[in-house]
Design a protein around this ligand. Structure first.
Ligand code: NDP
Length: 488
């Protein structure tokens, strides 16, 4: 593995420039005292102004490139990403901590996403309507919305940026992007690929820096649309800055996702799916299963299925063969998760299962299965790590009420062989994605993705190309009437 420190720069108007702000380092979460992964200086608000000006200046030429021309750039980016796939996966594991298998999966999904949006360029891009005038055609036309502000988290440092930036670019918009401070090297790697693929100067601008730089970006009057993934409090502050000035906003925020297990479920496969969904990526997925609701008399048998699986999880360096769970991203994240588990046990939760962690320096968190009650703080507030709590419900009505009993509404899963129960859950679970006999995590990139309530914001969904087109454009209706023939 490459263990040198990478020097990172800002991308502004097609030029890679050192940040004029504060020096920063990013660390390897599996070896925080070791060699830094990356070093850079943060961008300043003056550099944000330069990026916004560059984006505005580049907009018209990019628009005139046309959908097919822009789709070609995305296709080239997919090819470049494929050529570098293993290097990107290794860097992702080093910087974010996830297992190499997870990193490879994320790189693969990002390549697919680029291909998918590239192909969307070839779909019909408007509708025609009859006109009352014989010489007239009425049709809808999609136009770029304007400069798009993209703010992304560290848990999917490639995939989430790609699923926002690819459609923003395809539909003709310049982008100014602030990635998470914990994963700046992945952001630079993606920006390099897009530039090499042919994204013109100024069309993509990358600003590395802290949260308040993100706040300045989304609050900038020059941003016509903001797409954000991250925590609920930051999401709400962004909403309050963006909505009053009439810009478009798309947000995917936290979750507190429930898995409802009915007594007729196939319990071994339900346990496989639940442990994968709760603990995969060290629990650092917004769609992770945070609560398991055992209905009726399946509780004890389900405990038996879950405990062994949790205890068998291998925690270690993401780069090591056999690692199921890498470290969590930072010391701060580790401390928050550990404190939340402590608070849960103080409030009466019982620890049913944990797994050993390495005794080397690293941001290790033991995967933890708790048994508890819905009143626990951990059953209401999102803890972004490998912790899940088992609850009891007397019947399906009580289970649905419990599952819906948080402020969130991202995903939910139900395990049953009864199709009527499954359909009822699809209708009544308050979640943007409902999975039947499947993990609460994971989604198809061509299907709409997004939550309800505090997990989201009412705007076109992410991923699916139809909703992406709706978010990243404004629609016009054109009345195209032939001029009278000139017989003079
Ligand atoms: P944060 O909300 O802390 O950060 C997300 C991004 O916002 C980062 O780039 C961060 O910068 C930036 N930011 C921080 N403060 C501000 C601000 N005031 N204004 C504008 N931008 C700001 O979330 P995390 O990085 O901790 O990500 C984890 C969260 O993301 C979890 O709650 C998780 O559930 C959610 N998530 C949701 C998903 C979904 O699709 N629903 C998918 C993945 C994650 P910096 O890093 O510099 O602080």
């Amino acid at each position: 593995m490459n263990t040198t420190t990478i020097h990172l720069r800002q991308l502004i108007g097609g030029t890679w420039a050192d940040g004029a702000g504060v020096p920063q380092r990013s660390e390897d979460p599996a070896d925080p005292a070791g060699v830094s992964v990356a070093e850079y200086s943060t961008a300043t608000e003056e550099q944000l102004e330069q990026a916004m000006a560059a984006a505005g200046a580049a907009a018209q030429d990019w628009d005139r490139r046309g959908l097919l021309g822009r789709g070609q750039v995305l296709r080239r980016a997919a090819q470049l990403m494929e050529d570098r796939a293993e290097d990107l996966a290794v860097l992702m594991t080093r910087e974010q901590g996830k297992s190499l298998a997870d990193s490879r999966g994320e790189v693969g999904a990002s390549i697919e996403t680029l291909h998918y949006h590239a192909a969307a360029a070839r779909r019909p891009d408007g509708a025609t309507y009859p006109s009352g005038h014989p010489d007239e055609v009425v049709r809808t036309v999609r136009r770029p919305v304007g400069t798009v502000a993209v703010v992304t988290p560290w848990n999917f440092p490639l995939q989430i940026p790609v699923w926002k930036i690819a459609p923003a670019l395809l539909w003709g918009n310049p982008v100014v992007w602030k990635p998470a401070s914990d994963t700046p090297a992945m952001a630079v790697a993606l920006a390099e690929i897009l530039v090499e693929a042919g994204v013109p100067d100024g069309v993509l601008n990358l600003l590395l820096g802290p949260g308040h730089l993100g706040a300045a970006l989304v609050g900038h009057p020059g941003t016509a649309a903001v797409t954000f993934t991250g925590s609920v409090p930051v999401g709400h502050s962004i909403r309050d800055a963006v909505i009053p000035r009439g810009a478009k906003l798309q947000m995917e925020l936290g979750g507190h996702n429930a898995a409802v297990v009915l007594p007729d479920a196939h319990l071994p496969s339900a346990a496989d799916a639940i442990v994968a969904a709760a603990m995969g990526s060290t629990g650092q997925k917004c769609t992770a299963t945070r609560r398991i609701i055992a209905v009726g008399d399946c509780y004890d048998e389900l405990v038996g299925e879950l405990v062994g699986r949790v205890e068998a999880l291998v925690v270690g360096r993401g780069a090591d063969a056999g690692t199921a769970l890498g470290p969590v991203v930072s010391a701060k994240a580790r401390d928050q998760i550990t404190a939340a588990v402590q608070q849960a046990t103080d409030e009466g939760a019982e620890v049913l299962a944990t797994a050993p962690v390495p005794d080397t320096p690293g941001h290790w968190v033991s995967p933890t299965l708790l048994a508890g009650t819905p009143e626990l703080t951990i059953c209401r507030e999102e803890v972004f790590g490998p912790v899940t709590t088992l609850l009891r419900a007397a019947d399906l009505d009580a289970a649905i009420e419990l599952a819906n009993g948080t402020d969130f509404g991202l995903t939910a899963s139900v395990f049953t062989r009864d199709e009527r129960v499954a359909r009822r859950c699809v209708d009544e679970l308050v979640a943007g994605l409902v999975k039947v006999n499947a993990p609460s995590t994971g989604s198809e990139l061509h299907a709409p993705f997004g939550g309800l309530r505090d997990s989201s914001f009412p705007a076109p969904r992410e991923q699916a190309s139809d909703s992406a087109a709706e978010f990243f454009t404004v629609s016009k209706t054109a009345y195209l009437r032939l001029a009278p023939e000139d017989n003079s």
